[in-house]
Design a binder for this molecule. Structure first.
Ligand code: BDR
Ligand code: CA
Length: 321
């Protein structure tokens, strides 16, 4: 008998790497819905991109449009990396599907209340989730797990301290990290180890299907933009939040307390990860020393086995039409 697939909702702002996260999740999980949020581009564009990805992959999944702005501050979109559309690099045909009639936060509340054991994979700013958790605090005990791409144990990308998804809406990230939901965090310290290069893209292209060739064209654009930003590889940030749930032997993690910095003059949007108990960050510590300070609220990714991760991605892309 086929084992039941884990039910998930993907909350995202596609985005090239969000696309990879959706496609990897579709290969292994039962996606109940995709909720969109502003981030890499405005929310009309990220919603359109989610619909494009669903159609490209031949998926039958509702897409619910989410928040257009962060909770407090004005939006600053990630178009420098992802292009004006949020998913530049391929000229998509007009989409046939329409977004779901419910908004993202409402969709999250309804779906999470209707079904036990649902995991949320969040690969964009956390605005939708913060609104859903504020409106329905019972969700904190209902969500099976929340796997976030966001933050960093070490350096940021938008600023020296802050990673884009948390920086875009720090107040929302603060609500989520304080919520008590069991969190997995794939931050930049992890996702930068999951870089894609030109050879990887050529292998994807060589899969030969329409979908694989489209993904390869999009990734060529993404790699070129990452090169402009000084990166030799294009980090596949968002699919790490899927991989961490999939194969424990691919991603190593440790428990930490994570707090979101809201007031720092230079550190707003930083995830302050208490890693004092880990030899990886504190070579003087005795291995096995328990965490000190506030109790851990997240399982934080430390290392990813890049070849194994790339095999997972390729396997998901090879399954596309
Ligand atoms: C994150 O920001 C976005 O540009 C990517 O899609 C990813 O979710 C990396 O900082
Ligand atoms: Ca994203």
């Amino acid at each position: 008998m086929r084992p039941t697939r884990r039910p998930v909702i993907v909350d995202c702002d596609p985005g090239h790497d969000d696309m990879l996260a959706i496609l990897l999740a579709a290969r292994h999980f039962d996606i109940l819905g995709i909720t969109t949020v502003a981030g890499n581009a405005d929310v009309d564009r990220t919603t359109l991109n989610a619909l494009r990805i669903v159609e490209l992959a031949g998926m039958d999944v509702p897409v619910a449009r989410g928040c257009a702005t962060p909770l407090v501050q004005a939006p600053v979109f990630g178009t420098a990396i992802h292009g004006e559309s949020g998913l530049d690099g391929y000229d998509f045909p007009a989409v046939q599907r329409r977004p779901h009639p419910r908004g993202a936060a409402e969709f999250l509340v309804e779906t999470l209340r209707a079904r036990d054991g649902v995991t949320v994979i969040a690969t964009g700013p956390l605005t939708n989730l913060a609104i859903a958790l504020r409106a329905a605090p019972d969700l904190a005990a209902r969500i099976d797990a929340l796997s976030i791409m966001g933050g960093s144990v070490t350096t940021g990308n938008v600023t020296a301290a802050a990673e884009f998804n948390v920086w875009f809406d720090p107040e929302a990230a603060d609500v989520v990290f304080r919520s008590g939901v069991p969190i997995w965090m794939s931050g930049l310290n992890l996702t930068r180890q999951a870089g894609i290069d030109l050879h990887d893209i050529e292998r994807i292209e060589a899969l030969g299907t329409r979908a694989a060739r489209t993904v390869a064209a999009l990734l060529r654009f993404y790699l070129a933009r990452q090169a402009r930003a000084g990166n030799a590889l294009a980090p596949a940030h968002d699919p790490c939040a899927v991989a961490i749930l999939l194969e424990p032997q691919i991603v190593a993690w440790a428990p930490m307390h994570v707090a979101v910095e809201l007031r720092g003059e230079r550190t707003r949007g930083m995830t302050l990860c208490d890693a004092r108990h880990l030899p990886e960050f504190n070579p003087a510590i005795r291995p096995g020393t328990p965490p000190r300070g506030d109790a851990p609220n997240a399982r934080v990714g430390l290392r990813v086995d890049r070849p194994a991760f790339l095999r997972l991605l390729e396997d998901a892309l090879a399954a596309l039409p």
